[in-house]
Write a protein that binds this ligand. Sequence first.
Ligand SMILES: Nc1ncnc2c1ncn2[C@@H]1O[C@H](COP(=O)(O)OP(=O)(O)OP(=O)(O)O)[C@@H](O)[C@H]1O
Ligand SMILES: [Mg+2]
Length: 285
Amino acid sequence: MNPLLAIEDLRVSFGSGLGRRHAKEVLHGISMSIEAGETLGLVGESGSGKTTIGRAVLGLTAASGGRIVFDGQQISHLNMAQRRKLAKNLQAVFQDPYTSLNPALTISDVLSEPLIAQGSGSSEARTVIADLLDKVGLPSDSARRLPREFSGGQRQRIAIARALALDPKLIVCDEPVSSLDLSTQGKVLDLLIEIQERTGVAYLFISHDLAVVRHISHRVAVLRGGHIVETGSARQVTSEPEHAYTKQLLLASPVADPIAQKERRERRSRLTALDSPSDRLVKDA
Ligand SMILES: Nc1ncnc2c1ncn2[C@@H]1O[C@H](COP(=O)(O)OP(=O)(O)OP(=O)(O)O)[C@@H](O)[C@H]1O
Ligand SMILES: [Mg+2]
């Protein structure tokens, strides 16, 4: 069976408006796939290109090469009308719950917008909204309130409810818990897992934090400098990584115990010293 999402040799360059000579390529031929109902975690340090991959899938950044096939349809060069149609099955949750919701709209407005746009009547939308709020663990009277009346974690639940409104097949989650405190992170991650078990939605889950990615992902891809350096099952990549760069990322994940942390720091600096140019070769996509 074909995967739900197939990214093949994706290239993205910025600054190409100035002519090819000035264009800077930031994704150098990315290939990865996601099955229906699966979570693919995408990790890598800041600037490695994680968000750019997510934005290319969402059509917010143009690909300069390669293909993106979603649900059997090539989606790398769609027009606005085709993109709008695709929104039914392809949604996103972004990092910042404070800017991703329009402050002037009630939660009911936020959640009914995608429903009405896809043809629901207002009473049907009300029923769906009540169900969505229940799904993400918010009280039903939330619908009447404004985003500013909610905490960061609650706003992220609202953003998740909005993404779920049309029962999509894939949600691109770009650092969805990075702005939340640790215990709220855990609750939102568990909510995403529970929703997946219930609905069969797939996630492209982007994070700089390997511990977060390990918790939620079936498979993990590790990105460095616009190349995939390693892919594998979440367990394999996060406990027995093959690539020195992944080992460094693993050691950079924060742990609570200060002694363990000191040991990790020392091991990390040894690994950094070992890091040779051959490590930078693309291994596998
Ligand atoms: N609109 C843009 N114009 C020019 N360069 C860009 C643009 N967006 C991203 N870049 C560059 O592309 C590279 C990848 O950026 P990207 O935002 O994808 O990284 P990231 O892995 O998501 O990092 P972070 O963990 O900090 O969010 C960076 O070098 C960045 O400076
Ligand atoms: Mg990013």
